[in-house]
Structure formats: structure tokens, C-alpha cells
Ligand binder design. Sequence first.
Ligand code: FAD
Length: 407
Amino acid sequence: MFGKYKPLWGKPSKLDSAYDAVIIGGGLHGLATAYFLARDHGLTNVAVIEKRFIGFGGSGRNTAIVRANQRTQENLPLYQEALALWPILTKELDYNLMFFNCGNLNLCHSEAAMSAARLQIASAQFNGIESHLLDSKQCKEMVPALNISEDITYPIFGAMYHPPGGIVRHDAVVWGLAKGAAKHGVHIHQQTAVTGINVENGKVVSVETDRGRINTPRVLNAAGGYSAAISYEMLGIKLPISVLNIQAMVTQPLKPILNHVVSSGAYHAYANQTLKGEIATGAHMDPWPNYTTLSTAHYIKHQAQALSEMLPCLRGVRFMRHWSGLADMTPDMAPIMDGNDHIDGYYMDCGWGYFGFKSSAAAGKYMAQFMASGNCPPLLKPFSLRRYEQHRLMGEIATPVSYGPWN
Ligand SMILES: Cc1cc2nc3c(=O)[nH]c(=O)nc-3n(C[C@H](O)[C@H](O)[C@H](O)COP(=O)(O)OP(=O)(O)OC[C@H]3O[C@@H](n4cnc5c(N)ncnc54)[C@H](O)[C@@H]3O)c2cc1C
């Protein structure tokens, strides 16, 4: 019976001694890049190397929120394309990704936050992305469970409403992309760690793994929370990435009460109701760097307090599970998608912080184009590593601090 077991992503294959491309990390970014390399560029001799199991990192731990109303002109088109890809990929991969287009409400708790939201809405609308400003009464009409009284820590002034956003089942995206990549010939090697990258005469020539050497002219660092350590320890390239923990939890399943994603920068809390009925809720990142994936009582209490104020009908509801995951955070809250001027064949797709789920499909599509052609697609150019030394940081950083939308 066990001999017939065949995972969705094909039979575990033997590790070949050479591949046209090696991808470090079986998260969404690694899998999406592998899928598009094979599907669009005929590069089918590709290995995804994952040290644990696919979806072990942030890809299997996030709160599944997707939206396209980012803040800056550089980010908006990427997230817009990523959002449009969910229904397309569902069909193409022949796998139900459970995209629930319920819309997102990013709450504003001051006049300053309303002004910031107006600017962000204008940027989104300029790019053809639907986004509107609501006052508190309109918020209450949309989410009757919301507490719009003035007698709470951060009274709600209004919200930025983004109808095309929503939630997608994160595990399904991991499994669907793995299925799609394997169908096009990609080898997915789980329980295999990359331990070194070998460079000769300024070119990537091979990677070392704990199962042997693989010759390859291209390697993608898509290792999420481990990407900075890999880059520095294996190639001596420092990345401006802090590794921070994000904690999340779900309540017991409830009847439908929350029909939109609701997030609040002031309360440092966001919540959505899964298709199973649980309220999935997440918190701000832990403020100190660490590589553990522990949950702490502090955050559980914080979430309970924030939700009880914002959505008082949740008082007394029980948390059933909590977990956390590593986030690779850059100083400007925007990713690094780049090659390297000194090492031909070394590519990076990392530094995604809070935004690596919602962006994954489009990022994979363009990173595949980059790796196959060696030319950086125009859409990715603003995300170069160089921007940090050239003082061209992006303005996404303003979003999480106090103004509202940060997941
Ligand atoms: C609690 C939480 C909530 C979040 N909520 C959201 C959200 O609602 N929306 C959103 O857009 N984003 C969210 N995020 C962020 C998002 O999950 C991440 O940005 C995204 O998953 C990053 O994907 P990735 O493929 O780059 O990395 P990962 O998914 O972390 O994958 C990297 C993989 O690399 C592997 N690896 C590491 N080192 C090696 C090695 N040496 N050899 C081989 N493999 C290696 C790891 O095992 C891991 O599986 C959240 C994150 C967390 C933790």
C-alpha cells in the first residue's frame, strides 16, 4: 500500500549531479519561480532544494491575506498582477487555491491616518486598483461586528476599503505550485539542505548540499528568514535584513460574523474569518531579531485585548492554536529581487517581511524571467540591493507604523 504513495508533486526523485537552475527554499517564492521557469522559459531541468518540507517557512505559517493596495508606485503594479493571478492559477494548476475575494478594510484611528489613507487610495486609483475611503458609519454597515464607539483605546475614524483583496489558502498555494512545477519536470527535493555555493571566475558553478554536490550555472536564494545568513555565510554578501518573528493564532470555528479582512495599525492586530469559520488573527512582529518560532503569552494577551475592543462579540471566544514564523524584514519593508554584479548566476528573492504571500505569484513569474534571460525585467529594477547604498529606499515603511494597512 505504501509503495503506491505518490505526492501531488510527483515521486521523490534522486538528486541529479547537474541542474540548469537550483532554487534554495521550497517556499512560495522558490516554488513559483520554479513553476514559471519550467512553464514559460523551457527551463525544466530545475531543482528546488528544501531543507525541511515545502511550506515549512513563512509560506505555511502566514495569515493568508492578499491585497494590491500597497503604498508606492514601484510596489503597486507587482501586487496588482499577483492578485489577478489567483483565479488564473487556480484553473491553470487544476488545484483549488480557495481564493475568497472578501475585500480588506484597513482601519484608520485618527485624522492623520485618514489623510494618509487618502494619499494611498489616490496612488492605488492612479494604477487602476480599486480602493475607497469609508467613514466609521460605513465601516459599521460593512462589518456590523465592529465597535465604532468613541469609548475604546483607538476609536475608529474610518477605513481604507479595498474590494478586490481577500484571503487565499496558503498551504493550497504551496501544494498547487509544487504540483504544477513537478508536472513541468521540476525536481523537488525535501529534507535536503544547501550548505554552500561555489563560485569560480565570478560565476556560480555548483552548490553543496548535505546529499552531495550539484553543478549548476544559476542559483536562487529564496530562503526566507534564512536568506541573509545564506548570502553572508556562503558568499560573503551582506543583506540589510533583520529576522523577526511574527505570531498568529486562530479561534474556535464560529458561524459567519466577519465578512472582510479587518486590520488596524494602531491596535497592531488584523483578523479574518477562514472558510472553516475560525477567526485567524495576527500581531505585529516581535521587536527583537531571533530565529525561534515561539509563541509568547504577551502576544496572546495582546490579541485578545485588541480583538475584544475592535470586535466585542469575540469576547469569551477561545484561541485554539497559535504559532509563529520568521519574517525577513528590510529597512524599507520592500523586498530584494536582484542578481549580483560580481557573481554571475547568483539571484536573490528575499526580504519579504509581511508581504511575501500576497506577492509570491508575480514575484516568481518575474524572477523566472530574470533567471532565464539574465536581464532584470523593468518591473523588478526598483527592488535592487543597490538601492540601499544609493539611498533610494522605498516608502512602504510608512504603512505599518501607525497609519493602518500593514498586512
Ligand atoms: C505569522 C505570519 C503571518 C503572515 N501573514 C502574511 C499575510 O497575511 N500576507 C502576506 O502576504 N504575507 C504574510 N506573511 C509573510 C509571508 O508568509 C512570507 O513573506 C512568505 O511566506 C515568504 O515566502 P518565501 O518563499 O520567501 O520564504 P519561506 O516560506 O520562509 O521559505 C523559505 C524556505 O527555505 C528553506 N531553507 C532555508 N534554508 C535552507 C537551506 N540552507 N537549504 C534548503 N532550504 C532552506 C526553509 O526551510 C523554508 O521552507 C506572514 C508571515 C508570518 C510568519
